[in-house]
Design a protein around this ligand. Structure first.
Ligand code: MRU
Length: 338
C-alpha cells in the first residue's frame, strides 16, 4: 500500500506529492509549522489526508509545547492552511474534544492522548475508505471506462482512497474496468498522482486533458464519472477540484451517471447550500507556469480558484461509508448521520 502519512518516532512522515511521479521522496515534519507548510504547499493534499495531517500536526505541536496554553495557537495555525476541505476543521474539532476531556491532566498525559487520537484518525480513515469502496462498487458499470478528476485516491487519504477506493473495490469484485484520468490543470493531480497510483496497482489508466472530457463522454465509452469531494453541503451541493462542475454538466448532457465518493467527515450540514462553501484562491504562478516553466507572458492577469461547486441536481449519488445517498439529499444525507 502507498503510505501517504505516518506518525513516527522522528516526526510526521509524508510522501512529497509535489515531487511525484518523478521522485518518490518522503519528508519528515518535526513541528506543527512544518506540517502547516506541507498542507499549504500541497506536499500533502486531498481532503481526508489534510485532516489526518492537521490532527498529527496538533499532536506534534503539543510535543514541543511548553504548556497546555499553546494548544489554541497550534490549532489556529493549522486552521489557516486551506479553507475548502471541511475535513481539516473536522479533525481539528476532534482533537479539541480530546484536549478538553484531558483538562487537568499533566502535559505528558495530554500529549499521549493527542498522539493516540491522531493515529486513530489515520487508522479509521483507511477503514472508512474500504467501506466506501464496498458500498460503491456495485454502482460501477462492468466493461466500461470510469472517468475521474483530480486525485481522490490513497494519496488523498490515509490509504485506499475514496473515488479510487470504489474503483479498487470494483476491480477486486471482478469487474473489468479501466480509468480515464483528467490531467487536472493547473496542479496536475490527475496526470501526476492518479495515473501513478493506478499504475502502482496495475489498474489500466489513460490520461486525457481536461478539455477532452466532453468528447469522451459523448462517445458512449464512459460508464460513469466518479470523483471525491472537499465539502458537501446539506442540500447535496458538492465542492471538489476545479473542473468537476463542468464534468458533471457534461455527464448529465450525455446521460452518464455522476457519482461522488466521500466520508461522512466531508459532510458540512451546517451549510444550507454550496454557495456558502469558501473557495480557496491559489497563486497565479500555478496557472502561468507548468512545473516551473512559464507558459504565459509575464504580467498576465490570472484567476486560480482551486475548487468549484457542483449543484446537487447533477449528482446521481453520494457514496459514503454508511451507504449510498440519493436525491433529495436534504433527507438522505441527514439520515446518514443518524
Ligand atoms: O487541491 P487538492 O489536491 O487538495 O484537491 C483535492 C480534491 O479536490 C479531491 O478530489 C478531494 O479532496 C477528495 S480526496 C479523497
Amino acid at each position: 500500500m502507498i503510505e501517504t502519512i505516518q506518525w513516527t518516532e522522528s516526526g510526521v512522515v509524508m510522501i512529497d506529492q509535489t515531487r511525484l511521479p518523478r521522485e518518490e521522496i518522503y519528508v519528515t515534519c518535526s513541528d506543527h509549522l512544518q506540517v502547516a507548510d506541507a498542507i499549504r504547499s500541497m506536499v500533502i493534499r486531498g481532503a481526508p489526508a489534510i485532516g489526518v495531517a492537521a490532527a498529527m500536526g496538533i499532536a506534534l505541536g503539543m510535543q514541543n509545547a511548553v504548556s497546555a496554553a499553546d494548544f489554541d495557537q497550534i490549532c489556529e495555525t493549522l486552521r489557516r492552511t486551506r479553507p475548502t476541505a471541511v475535513n481539516l476543521f473536522w479533525a481539528i474539532e476532534r482533537m479539541r474534544r480530546v484536549f478538553a476531556e484531558a483538562a487537568g491532566r499533566s502535559l505528558p498525559e495530554i500529549r499521549e492522548k493527542l498522539i493516540s487520537e491522531a493515529i486513530q484518525i489515520r487508522f479509521e480513515d483507511i477503514a472508512i475508505n474500504e467501506c466506501i469502496g464496498k458500498n460503491g462498487a456495485a454502482l460501477i458499470p462492468d466493461r466500461k471506462t470510469v472517468l475521474t478528476h483530480c486525485n481522490a485516491g490513497a494519496l488523498a487519504t490515509a490509504g485506499y482512497g475514496t473515488a479510487l477506493g470504489v474503483i479498487r473495490a470494483a476491480v477486486a469484485a471482478g469487474k473489468h474496468i479501466d480509468v480515464f484520468a483528467d490531467e487536472t490543470r493547473p496542479f496536475l493531480q490527475g496526470a501526476r498522482l492518479t495515473v501513478w497510483e493506478l499504475q502502482h496497482d496495475h489498474i489500466p489508466a489513460t490520461l486525457i486533458t481536461d478539455n477532452m472530457a466532453g468528447h469522451f463522454l459523448h462517445s458512449g465509452r464512459i460508464g460513469c464519472v466518479l470523483v471525491g469531494a472537499d465539502r458537501i453541503a446539506a442540500n447535496g451541493d458538492v465542492a471538489n477540484k476545479i473542473g468537476t462542475y463542468s464534468l458533471a454538466v457534461l455527464a448529465k448532457e450525455n446521460n452518464v451517471p455522476f457519482y461522488v465518493a466521500a466520508p461522512i467527515s466531508t459532510l458540512d450540514l451546517s451549510l444550507a447550500s454550496g454557495d456558502q462553501i469558501p473557495i480557496e484562491q491559489r497563486a497565479a504562478a500555478e496557472v502561468t507556469h507548468v512545473q516551473g516553466v512559464p507558459v504565459a507572458p509575464e504580467g498576465t492577469a490570472v484567476l486560480n480558484p482551486a475548487f468549484d461547486v457542483t449543484p446537487n441536481r447533477y449528482v446521481s449519488a453520494i457514496i459514503t461509508e454508511r451507504g449510498v445517498a440519493r436525491a433529495p439529499y436534504l433527507e438522505s444525507l441527514r439520515k446518514q448521520l443518524t
